[in-house]
Design a protein around this ligand. Structure first.
Ligand SMILES: [Zn+2]
Length: 330
């Protein structure tokens, strides 16, 4: 076995079979039993850490062009209002809270909110600039008391975790009865994933350990004691751009070049494409003009077909988790 390659499915211990080659280093494998798709080889936490350089969150914690940063704050405000509206009274835990923008917006609405985060740099921004309490480390090692939260949020986080079942089990324990669970993930069953193939923007290998389809995710939530209340395919923050970048990648332009250009100097792992790849960047801008109207059409189509490139799942903690086979396994 290749070092780091896990032999079996992280959810059900089923047999993993080849699914898609992504690049020279990484491929996807699919569980023959439950359908979960995972990245192979599976890197350990230390090896995957090399794919989150300090620049990942941006120097001085600004990742993108100032206009985009303004837009991100608007999106976080919308997200906070949705969580606030649906959660019962009580505090909110944002798992993988990054720079702490969501807890900050929740606080502005009068909610207690805190976060967990693996990046010390991002957590420092959350703590020192925004005053948000952050536990640095995996959720399973966090110090919170059982049943102490009205809502737990995994916003584009579950796919970054090696053992998503363990994290959801922990979330169940931390939630008060009737607590709200929010999970946003890329949707492998989407039109975007189908059209994008190995160039799908939201594949993000190897940072994403797993690639959920809605069916796999819904079953996992059910097994861990959650009732799904609503699935939203309307993700304005992720899906239109997902189309644009996936189509550009699909046209054979250098992968995610536009995305790199939208980041700030200092938040980019490479030089600005204008300097490092001026010809490819010019081609990308030309192609962008052609791709924009298609992206709009496809965004509408995925909404109508309920096959969004990323999905938001709103679920409620049941009184007792289902005594499924996975739970009984030692
Ligand atoms: Zn499986």
């Amino acid at each position: 076995m290749e070092p780091g390659a896990a032999p079996e499915c992280r959810l059900c211990s089923g047999e993993m079979r080849p699914f898609l080659d992504v690049d020279e280093r990484f491929s996807l494998a699919r569980c023959a039993a439950c359908g979960l798709v995972s990245t192979r080889p599976e890197l350990d936490e230390e090896a995957v850490g090399a794919y989150y350089p300090p620049e990942y969150y941006g120097k001085r914690n600004r990742r993108f062009h100032p206009l985009l940063e303004r837009l991100i704050v608007v999106f976080r405000g919308r997200r906070a209002r949705l969580v606030d509206r649906r959660a019962r009274p009580g505090s909110v835990l944002d798992v993988g809270c990054g720079r702490g923008l969501l807890p900050a917006q929740l606080r502005a609405l009068g909610r207690e909110a805190c976060g967990t985060e693996l990046s010390e740099g991002a957590a420092t921004h959350a703590r020192e600039v925004l005053g948000i309490p952050v536990f640095v480390g995996p959720l399973e090692e966090s110090p919170y008391e059982d049943a102490s939260f009205a809502a737990v949020v995994f916003w584009h986080v579950l796919e970054h975790l090696r053992d998503p079942r363990a994290a959801l089990r922990c979330a169940w324990r931390l939630l008060a009865p009737g607590g709200l669970l929010v999970v946003a993930v890329p949707n492998l069953e989407s039109l975007q994933a189908r059209v994008g193939g190995r160039g799908w923007f939201h594949l993000d290998v190897p940072r994403h350990y797993h690639h959920f389809g809605l069916a796999v995710l819904a079953r996992l939530l059910d097994e861990e004691g959650f009732d799904v209340e609503e699935v939203s395919h309307f993700a304005l923050e992720q899906n239109p751009y997902g189309w644009i970048q996936s189509l550009l990648n699909r046209l054979g332009l250098p992968a995610n070049l536009l995305y790199a250009a939208l980041k700030r100097d200092g938040a980019r792992e490479v030089e600005h494409p204008v300097r490092s790849a001026p010809f490819a960047f010019a081609l990308t801008l030309l192609a962008l003009v052609a791709v924009l109207p298609f992206s709009g059409l496809l965004f509408t189509a995925e909404l109508l077909l309920r096959r969004g490139g990323t999905v938001e799942v709103w679920a409620r903690r049941r009184e007792a988790p289902a005594p499924d086979a996975a739970r009984r396994r030692p």
